[in-house]
Design a protein around this ligand. Structure first.
Ligand code: OGA
Ligand code: NI
Length: 362
C-alpha cells in the first residue's frame, strides 16, 4: 500500500506532466498508448455503482419547432416544452431554423482544429478563463477526482458582440462565427418559449438578460482504448440557464428514473437542456438534470455545447426565484445570488450535480 499522501502526490505529478504536454487527450492517443493513464481511471466503487443502473430504452422528447408564428401551434409547443422541462430537463428540437450546413460546418471546423498539427493547437492552450479563446483538456483537471477523456476549445461571445474574430483558430473561425449568430437567435426564441411555458410574459427571461452572451465549448472526445474505465464527461448538471448541444454521435446520457438514457443524435437536431440557474429562477419548476458522456473505442466524438449563463462581465446582476412564480403556498426555495459570486464558486469547483441549488437553498 502507498504511504498516506504518496498516491495524491503521484497523481498531482501525473496531472502536471499531462498538462505540460499541451497536447490534450488527443496527444496521448496519437502517441499510440494501449492503456489509459491512471489519472483517467474512475474509482472502483464508481464503476461498480454503474452496474446497478440499466441502460434504458426510452427516448428523450423531440419537439418540432415548426410553426412558431402560428398562435395555436406556438401554444402547443410551449406546452411540450413545459412538460419536457419539468420531467426531463432535456429535449431535442428539430425545425429550429439553423440550416444543416451551418451545423455540419461547425462540426467539421472542430474536427479540423482537433486533428491538425499539435503545434498549432498549443498556441491556444491556456487555463486563463479571461481569455476569449482557450483550448485545454479538462478545465477542472486539478480539482476533479478523475480526469475526463476530452479536449475542449472554448470561445466566449458577449452581447452585443463587437470584438473581431481574428484571434479564433483558422480551422474554425468562419464556422464558429456563423454558428454563434444562429445559436444566439435560437437561444432567444427558446427563452421566449420557456417564459411562456412558465406562464410568464414572452419577454420575461430575456428581460432578465438570460440570453445576453454565450460561450461555446467545442468538445473532442478521442477514440479510447479502454472506454469502460473512463468517461468523456463526469456526471454533472450544467451551471447556467440553458445549454444547446450539437453532437455528431451517441455518447451523451441523461439520468432519468434511475437509469441512464442515451440521447441519440437526430440528423439536423439539437439537444436542449435546462441548467441550474433556470431551475433556480423557476423556483424548482424546471429541472436541471444530471448527464454525462461515454467515450467510444473506435470513433472520436465531437460536440458543441453552447451555454447561456447570464450576461458576461456584468458583476452586479443577481438572480433568485422569479416573484411571479412564488407565493405564500409556494415560497422561494432558493436564495438570491450575485451572478459573479455564483460563477466564481462554480469555477473554483469541479463538475458537480446541482451545485448552485445545494449551495443557495433558502
Ligand atoms: C457539457 C456537456 C455534452 C456533450 O459540456 O456540459 O454536458 O455531448 N456536453 O458533449
Ligand atoms: Ni453538461
Amino acid at each position: 500500500m502507498d504511504a498516506p499522501g504518496t498516491q495524491e502526490y503521484d497523481r498531482m505529478q501525473e496531472l502536471m506532466a499531462f498538462d505540460k504536454t499541451e497536447a490534450g487527450v488527443k496527444g496521448l492517443v496519437d502517441a499510440g498508448l494501449q492503456n489509459i493513464p491512471k489519472i483517467f481511471v474512475r474509482p472502483a466503487e464508481e464503476l461498480a455503482e454503474d452496474l446497478n443502473h440499466k441502460r434504458a430504452q426510452i427516448e428523450v422528447p423531440v419537439i418540432d419547432l415548426g410553426g412558431l408564428d402560428k398562435a395555436d401551434r406556438r401554444k402547443q409547443i410551449a406546452e411540450e416544452v413545459r412538460t419536457a422541462s419539468e420531467a426531463w430537463g432535456f429535449f431535442q428540437v428539430v425545425n429550429h431554423g439553423i440550416p444543416l450546413n451551418v451545423l455540419d460546418e461547425m462540426l467539421d471546423g472542430i474536427q479540423k482544429f482537433s486533428e491538425q498539427d499539435v503545434e498549432e493547437k498549443k498556441k491556444y492552450y491556456t487555463r486563463d478563463n479571461m481569455r476569449r479563446v482557450r483550448f485545454n483538456s479538462n478545465y477542472d483537471l486539478f480539482r476533479s477526482r478523475t480526469a475526463n477523456w476530452r479536449d475542449t476549445l472554448t470561445i466566449s461571445f458577449s452581447d452585443p458582440d463587437k470584438s473581431d474574430s481574428m484571434e479564433f483558430p483558422d480551422s474554425c473561425r468562419e464556422s464558429a462565427v456563423e454558428y454563434s449568430k444562429h445559436v444566439e437567435k435560437l437561444g432567444n426564441i427558446l427563452f421566449e418559449i420557456l417564459s411562456e411555458a412558465l406562464g410568464l410574459d414572452s419577454e420575461h427571461l430575456r428581460n432578465m438578460k438570460c440570453s445576453k452572451g454565450h460561450r461555446i465549448h467545442c468538445h473532442y472526445y478521442p477514440a479510447c482504448p479502454e472506454p469502460e474505465l473512463t468517461l468523456g464527461i463526469t456526471k454533472h448538471t450544467d451551471p447556467g440557464f440553458l445549454t444547446i448541444v450539437l453532437q455528431n454521435q451517441i455518447g451523451l446520457q441523461i439520468f432519468f428514473q434511475n437509469q441512464w438514457v442515451d440521447v441519440r443524435p437526430i440528423p439536423g437536431g439539437l439537444v436542449i437542456n435546462i441548467g441550474d440557474l433556470l431551475q433556480m429562477v423557476s423556483n424548482g419548476k424546471f429541472r436541471s438534470n444530471i448527464h454525462r458522456v461515454l467515450v467510444d473505442r473506435l470513433t472520436p466524438r465531437i460536440s458543441v455545447a453552447c451555454f447561456f449563463s447570464g450576461p458576461l462581465g456584468m458583476e452586479s446582476i443577481s438572480y433568485g426565484p422569479i416573484k411571479e412564480l412564488t407565493s405564500e403556498e409556494n415560497p422561494p426555495i432558493y436564495k438570491e445570488v450575485l451572478l459573479s459570486d455564483y460563477l466564481m464558486k462554480f469555477m473554483t469547483s469541479g463538475l458537480l450535480e446541482n451545485y448552485l441549488l445545494n449551495y443557495f437553498k433558502a
